[in-house]
Design a protein around this ligand. Sequence first.
Ligand SMILES: CC(C)(COP(=O)(O)OP(=O)(O)OC[C@H]1O[C@@H](n2cnc3c(N)ncnc32)[C@H](O)[C@@H]1OP(=O)(O)O)[C@@H](O)C(=O)NCCC(=O)NCCS
Length: 290
Amino acid sequence: MKEPASIQLIPFSDTHRDWATAILKETWGSTKVVSKGRLHDAIHLHGYVAIHENDPVGLATYNLEESECEMVTLNSSQPALGIGTALVTAVKDTAIRAGSERLWVITTNDNVAALRFYQQRGFRLAALHKDALRVSRRIKPQIPRTGKGEIPIRDELELEIWLSEKRSPAIVNLHHAQITIPNEAENEGRRFYCQVMGLQEIEKPDSLKSRGGFWLLVGDKDVHVELKKDVDRRVTKAHLAYLVNDLIGWRDHLEKHGLLIKELSPIPGFDRFESGDPFGNRLEFIQKKS
Ligand SMILES: CC(C)(COP(=O)(O)OP(=O)(O)OC[C@H]1O[C@@H](n2cnc3c(N)ncnc32)[C@H](O)[C@@H]1OP(=O)(O)O)[C@@H](O)C(=O)NCCC(=O)NCCS
């Protein structure tokens, strides 16, 4: 292996704003990138620029928030000189100094090289955000459909490094939700959720099959539909909110199936309405405003 190249790292500042705009646009089509449904304009973030032989050759930007640090972009214009590694180390050290407990990064499913790069530098896979690019493209429509190696770009992979020994018992994500329907309504329930709502049934573990009910896949989460008698589901405001990308289409579809639609108070950034399944479970349909 060659000697590591001499690389100097300096904080990202106006001096390199034009150069950074060019490198970000070349890689991401814009200075704006989306991760986990959130738009960042990397040009306004804090970061580090790598300098090699007096020229800028790499950029990392990051966002410190609460007890975490997201590395938002990482670029190197001269591969295999150690530039990417040096930038990751600099962001990691900054995150530690800032008291962050976790450094995380998002890459897309096509970026196999980045997946390898990050894992070799101590990152571990933390989450798969299946179909996250549907949301990203609503925010940034110019994200291409296919990426490296003509792989369709669909999912986000979240990688992380824990920086703090005292890893607080944080909740990582929501895994599943459960609703109930009446004991005698299993077939009707299955028909409603699989045919009218169009959700895919997934197999229950053998150990739970004897109880009846069925499990559904909603995006990357499960919804468990269990059987319970003598429950008045209409008295509770508890509900599941289904994220959709054609709210008007869903309103028509549900009305065609005889379901009532109820307007809900507006909330920022979303349109939504409420309906209900035939058993009294409230259903919210929600769409991000474009
Ligand atoms: C991912 C990326 C940032 C890596 O940057 P880089 O500057 O090539 O990174 P490094 O030089 O530190 O490491 C790259 C490889 O070179 C090797 N290397 C590092 N220093 C070296 C040296 N002095 N001599 C020989 N090889 C070296 C590393 O071991 C590493 O090997 P690997 O491919 O087996 O992991 C760069 O490829 C890039 O900009 N990609 C496009 C944007 C992107 O995908 N960003 C990440 C997603 S957010």
